[in-house]
Design a protein around this ligand. Sequence first.
Ligand SMILES: C[S@@+](CC[C@H](N)C(=O)[O-])C[C@H]1O[C@@H](n2cnc3c(N)ncnc32)[C@H](O)[C@@H]1O
Length: 407
Amino acid sequence: MLKPCALSTERRFSRLTSLLVEWQSFWRPAPFMQRNPPWQQRFPELAERLLRLSDSEVERLHSLPWQNSPLDDWLPVAELADLVRLAPLDATSGALPQSWAVHVGGRKWQQIEAFIQHLPITAEDSLLEWCAGKGHLARALARQHAVPVTALEWQAELCEKGRQLAAAQQAPVRMQQQDVLNADAARFLAAQTHAVALHACGDLHQRLLELAAQSGSAVALAPCCYHRTQAEVYRPMSQRGRQLYEAYGLQLDRDDLTLAVQETVTAPQGVRRRREQANAWRLGFDALQRELRGTDRYLPVPSLAYGRLPDHFSGFCRWAAEQKGLDLPASVHLAPYERIGWERQAEVKRFELVRHLFRRPLEVWLALDRVALLKEAGYSVELGTFCAPQVTPRNLLIRARKAGQAA
Ligand SMILES: C[S@@+](CC[C@H](N)C(=O)[O-])C[C@H]1O[C@@H](n2cnc3c(N)ncnc32)[C@H](O)[C@@H]1O
C-alpha cells in the first residue's frame, strides 16, 4: 500500500478520473430509488455477500469503508483507499484559549480551532474571511495574531451580530456586508491578501478561487457543499480537469456533487433511529405507490423537517399520498407495506455501501480540480486534512500561495 506522499497530484487526479468513469454504473444508481441496481446482474455474488452482512458489519463499513472490506473481492477498494489517503497538513500554531469559544457552538469551535491551527499566516498578510457568518473565525484570527481582519458576509443580521461580538471581545474585525458573487467583491482581494474560508459552499468558494487566481492572494480553503451551484452540470475549474473530463468522458451533475458530501459522521442514536424509520416508511410507501399507480417507478416524496414525521405508518402514507395527489383507498391494508419498507431499508443500507466507496473519491477529485486551477495560476499548493473526520467530514484543506511570495 502506498504512503500518502508517494502519489503525485497528477497521478491521483488521473487515476481517480479513470476509476470514477470505469465504475460509474456502481456509484451512480441510488438503491433507494432503484430496486435492482444494474451492477447486481454483473456481480450477483456481491449483492448476496452484502445481504449477508450483519447490522454491526454494515455500521462498521459505513464508518470505516476502507478497512477489511468484503467488497474488495469485486471493487477496487485498495486502490481507492490509496488515492483518497491524504496526509494531515502540518500544524502552524497550537491550541487557542478555551474562553474564545464563547458564543460559538461546540462542534463549530472545534472546527474553527483546528482550521486556524493549520493556517500559514505571515506578518505581511492582510487577512480576509470569505462568507464569514457571524465572523467567529475572523474574530479568533484577529485575536490570535492581533491584526485587523475583514469578514465578508451578505446577511445584514449576521454582520450586525458579528460586529457586536467583535466589539465585546475587542477583536479588530470589520464585518463587511457583501455579496461575494457580485463583481465588486474583487476589490477585497490583492496580492498581499490572505483569504480564508471555512466551509464555503460551491459557487461561493469557486468565486473566491477565481478571484484569488486573478489577484495573486494567498488562500486557505476548506471547501463544502460542491452541489450548491447555479450550474446543473459541473464544469471543471481547471484546464487539467477539463482535459481529464474529456479524455475519459467523465460528466458530473448536481446529484453526483451531492453524493460527494453526503453526511458521513455518525449522528446520535436517537436521530439515527428516527432517520431509519423515516427511510423505511418512505420505502414502504414507495412499494405501495408502485402498486396503486401500476407503475414500477420511484416517486419522489417531499422531505419532512426533523420532528414532523407522523406517529404511525398509516399517517405517513396518508400524508405522502396527499402530497402526490394519489387516492389511498380506505380498504388498503397497510401493515404489509410497512414490513416491505423495513426489508427494503435493510437492503438499501447494504447496497449503499457500494456507492459509499466512491464518495470520498468524488470529493477528493473535486478538491484536486481546485488545486489544479491554483497550480495553473502559478501557486504552490498543499492539499491535506486539517482535522479528524469526527470533527467534520469536510476536513480537506487547500493551502495556496502564489509562488515566489513568502510563506
Ligand atoms: C456555510 S456558511 C459558513 C459560515 C462560516 N464560515 C462557518 O464555517 O460557520 C456560509 C455563509 O455564507 C453566507 N453567504 C451565502 N451566500 C453568500 C454570498 N453570496 N455572499 C456572501 N456571503 C454569503 C451565508 O449567509 C453564511 O453565513
